[in-house]
Design a protein around this ligand. Structure first.
Ligand code: GDP
Ligand code: IMO
Ligand code: MG
Length: 458
């Protein structure tokens, strides 16, 4: 059977920890979209692991697969694999031949595009990993795929076609002096060929490439359990998120089928778990109707709102929750839980269960608020509108819950749901009832023993 893990908000909901928790019962953990823009922190036996590309299950000795829907930066992949090996693990990661490769020029172009947009305050606030430009080339039928790295002639042919175009874009459109770059070989066919042919050889030597759909289907036919690990979250989905302040892939459940090569029936026949952070965080630009406080650090200011007390509260939650980006270190913007957002996410992905994380971070507050509905042009809305401009005009109607006292996370997780403070239970039950979906797990701390497990989906 399959379990699909989907971020229900704006990323960083604690997906990595839940994949780690339920991954025990999985044999294979496959990522279906995104690349090294993701940042998952997993704490295991007191050791903290930060992964951006290798599927979180690898820490637990599961076979990891990077599906065809992923974009793979081989430099990051091998760095992570080497680091895990140095720390005594033996990760087994397979990469789809159909996955696209992030090349050095993609990162350069990601940076320039953001710079140009920032002149008018329109930058997305990307992670700068070249994600968007790589997916652009995929859709534009000029990408380089993992399978191409295995065949010297094909690799050279692809690079000879695409690199001059990219160089012209950088030099003639953006006026960049490519010889002045940190990576001066980023637009050089011969240098790229040498580096990426070597990557192909390592893939081959370590027998790392697969036809993902066939590999996963074979595993399931052998009775193995497969987990699909989503990166990012619903509101930064390129189709269902707040375009253009999105990533360039589909973190929602439909992406799990398209991005791995199994049928939608396989994904839909299994469990789909929506990961919910008990409040909201966002890195990068875009509206946030329940945002607390204003803009922090170098976060671009799409929509400055909130001040004073709200600012203090945002600061408090940010510090308590350690809300700084895993990949970029940027301070995360903070807001209250947003129910119209979660109703939208639940519809798009068809959650069969939820994991509600970070309830420990809210402990000790006098009151906890949620955006229950929105008001847009005098009309009450239960779900998100489709355009970002409309969303930015939505005013959240807040509902206030009594806060709950601090509690011992490990002891509470051990004792089970009933041990959670009454007011925290009321909060959980409100979310379950509004989304008509049971909470399978409740996160009360970052550690593995700090999750209340009510249901094991496999
Ligand atoms: P992901 O991108 O969704 O995998 O999430 P990240 O790893 O980027 O961010 C979540 C952060 O919160 C990590 O540092 C986790 O260790 C931590 N975390 C996860 N669940 C909980 C929880 O229930 N409580 C607390 N305090 N931290 C949590
Ligand atoms: P995980 O898997 C939070 C955001 C970026 C930016 C937008 C586009 O850790 O939840 P990109 O580099 O993807 O082109 O940036 O998406 N973003 C994330 N925000 N968590 C993530 O991943 C993210 N990956 C991308 O901040 O706003
Ligand atoms: Mg993250």
């Amino acid at each position: 059977m399959t379990v699909t893990i989907v971020g229900s908000q704006l990323g960083d909901e604690g997906k990595g920890g839940i994949v780690d928790l339920y991954g025990d019962d999985a044999d294979v953990v496959a990522r279906y979209q995104g690349g090294d823009n993701a940042g998952h922190t997993v704490v295991h036996e007191g050791e903290e692991y930060k992964l951006s590309l290798v599927p979180s299950g690898a820490i637990r000795g599961k076979v990891g697969v990077l599906g065809n829907g992923c974009v793979v930066n081989p430099r990051t992949l091998f760095d992570e694999l080497d680091t895990l090996q140095e720390r005594g693990l033996d990760p087994d990661v397979r990469v789809a031949e159909r996955a696209h490769v992030i090349l050095p020029y993609h990162r350069v172009l990601d940076g320039i595009e953001e710079e140009v947009k920032s002149e008018s305050g329109d930058e997305v606030g990307t992670t700068g990993r070249g994600i968007g430009p790589t997916y652009e080339d995929k859709a534009g039928r000029r990408g380089v795929r993992v399978g191409d790295l295995l065949d010297p002639d094909v690799l050279r042919e692809r690079l000879e076609y695409v690199v001059p175009q990219k160089r012209a874009l950088a030099e003639d459109v953006y006026g960049l002096d490519v010889s002045d770059l940190e990576d001066p070989d980023a637009f050089d066919v011969d240098a790229l060929y040498e580096e990426f042919r070597e990557v192909g050889r390592r893939f081959e030597a370590e027998d790392m490439t697969v036809n993902a759909g066939a590999f996963l289907t074979g595993a399931m036919a052998d009775g193995q359990n497969v987990m699909f690990e989503g990166a990012q979250g619903t509101i930064i989905d390129i189709d269902h998120g707040n375009y253009p302040y999105v990533t360039s892939s589909n973190p929602t459940a439909g992406g799990a089928a398209v991005g791995t090569g199994v049928s939608p029936g396989v994904v839909g026949g299994g469990e789909v778990i929506g990961i919910v952070k008990g409040y909201l965080t966002r890195v990068g630009s875009g509206p946030l109707p329940t945002e607390l406080g204003g803009v922090v650090g170098d976060t671009p200011d799409y929509d400055e709102q909130g001040e004073g007390e709200d600012e203090d509260l945002a600061h408090y939650i940010r510090e308590e929750g350690g809300e700084y980006g895993t990949v970029t270190g940027r301070p995360r913007r903070v807001g209250w839980l947003d129910m119209p957002m979660l109703r939208h996410a639940t519809r798009v992905s068809g959650f069969t269960g939820l994991a509600i994380n970070h309830l420990d971070v809210l402990a000790g507050l006098d009151e906890v608020k949620v955006g229950h509905t929105y008001t847009l042009d005098g009309e009450e809305r239960e779900s998100m509108p489709a355009t970002t401009e409309q969303w930015a005009r939505c005013e959240a109607t807040l509902r206030t819950f009594d806060g709950w006292e601090e509690f011992d996370p490990a002891a509470t997780a051990e004792a089970g749901y009933e041990a959670l403070p009454e007011n925290a239970k009321a909060y959980v039950e409100y979310v379950e009832s509004e989304l008509d979906t049971p909470a399978y797990a409740i996160g009360v701390g970052p550690g593995r023993g700090e999750t209340i497990v009510r249901e094991r989906p496999f």
